[in-house]
Design a protein around this ligand. Structure first.
Ligand SMILES: [Zn+2]
Ligand SMILES: [Zn+2]
Ligand SMILES: [Zn+2]
Length: 343
């Protein structure tokens, strides 16, 4: 697989990728629809693009490393029309007729007779054709008169109604619901289908989101102004002994601030940050949400994580205000002596 950005994208590929990113599509899963494989969640793209065209664009994006390909499933397709709306039938291995019935073989141990279940059925009862003993109702429930159900089902086999041939294993024939073609495992189109994942970095490489450093820089300078020593991709050891990495770790005396960036505003980003925060116990935990949605900020309040909108033009100012608040909070705490234990 080639690396993203090595080969330039055509306009068509680029347009499609931007559409996917803007729609927030993370993964395209193949699913059968109308006899064809379609990708879920992008239905309206099928109205815009011919499905062949759409699929070939997805393939070429994957070739160039802009989509991550994963093997998803295998499907049987009609060799004539390519439909996946295919069902299966059994046929006779000798004459290839599809008038094939399954027989259940019943043994009546008392007289030793073995025969097809159908030959035992008289009205709705099973009666041994050989010795005429009644063996109970067809559905197999114990007979009402309390007599024993003394027969065994010893297996099943198939019988061709056309040529009379009996066999254990029928041939499997596929039938296309679209064009009616009949085919078998040898002539079927049998293909792998793939899912596509939109990698997180795609948006950045296409220039749809500011690069990481252009987000981090103003935050770093605000921290420096407030007297913090800042480390990018800083690592901290938590109470558990585990090591955690943050986009920024800032330290000033006993105050420690950690900052992470969520590119897509996904809940798992804030949950993962919460886990690290609980282990590392910083003075303040900040999440910069680049998605522009408000979803994470409500969770932030619950988790005591300050969520700032990364697209906000006043991000630096708001972050700086947050740092001021930390200073003030500390001053009040120390000045008011609420904790009382200051040594
Ligand atoms: Zn036959
Ligand atoms: Zn019998
Ligand atoms: Zn067909």
């Amino acid at each position: 697989m080639s690396r993203m950005g090595e080969k330039p994208l055509t306009d068509g590929e680029r347009d499609l990728l931007i559409r996917l990113i803007e729609k927030g599509v993370k993964e395209l899963k193949p699913t059968p629809r109308g006899g064809r494989i379609q990708y879920e969640g992008v239905e309206e793209l099928y109205e815009e693009y011919e499905s062949e065209k759409l699929h070939s664009l997805l393939e070429s994006l994957a070739d160039k490393g802009f989509l991550i390909v994963k093997e998803y499933d295998r499907v049987i397709l009609c060799p004539k029309c390519g439909s996946i709306d295919v069902y299966s039938k059994y046929s006779c291995p000798r004459c290839h007729s599809m008038k094939v019935d399954r027989m259940e073989l019943i043994e009546h141990p008392f007289c030793g007779y073995i025969g097809d279940k159908n030959s035992f059925i008289v009205d709705s009862k099973l009666i041994c054709p050989n010795c005429k003993t009644e063996l109970g109702p067809v559905d197999g429930k114990p007979p009402e008169d309390g007599s024993r159900r003394d027969y065994r089902i010893i297996g099943s086999s198939f019988e061709c109604r056309k040529c009379g041939y009996r066999f254990e294993r029928p041939q499997v024939v596929h039938t296309c619901n679209g064009c009616g073609a009949l085919f078998n495992y040898r002539t079927a189109r049998y293909e792998k289908i793939y899912s596509y994942e939109v990698p997180e970095e795609a948006a950045e490489i296409l220039g749809l989101v500011p690069e990481l450093r252009s987000i981090l820089q103003p935050l770093e300078s605000a921290l420096a102004e407030h007297g913090y020593a800042v480390e990018r991709n800083g690592r901290l050891i938590g109470m558990s002994g585990g090591e955690h990495t943050f986009n920024l770790v800032a330290q000033k005396e006993d105050r420690r601030i950690v900052v992470d960036i969520s590119r897509r505003g996904e809940q798992r980003d804030i949950v993962s940050l919460l886990g690290k925060k609980m282990d590392v116990r910083p003075t303040s935990t900040v999440l910069i949400d680049m998605s522009g949605s408000n979803e994470l900020s409500a969770l932030g309040k619950v988790y005591d994580i300050t969520v700032l909108n990364g697209r906000d033009l006043e991000l630096r100012e708001k972050f700086s205000n947050h740092l001021d608040e930390i200073e003030n909070r500390d001053r009040v705490k120390r000045g008011g002596g609420k904790r009382g234990g200051e040594r």
